[in-house]
Design a protein. Sequence first.
Length: 66
Amino acid sequence: MLVKKSIMVCLDGSKHSLRGLDAAISSAKQSDSTIIGVHSDTSFSAFSAVRAPLLPEEKWANEVGD
């Protein structure tokens, strides 16, 4: 049974996360892997962790196209 490998990339729009995406793309091409992107919503302030707000789910997509 052949299992296709996946590479998870965390994205928040920063230049460092985009560099990570570039590295994941390069690695995926070499290993025939699938990339799974996880977006971090950075619209909350540093104090958000203290009061744990509800995340606005309407911003989230249920599926991502190819």
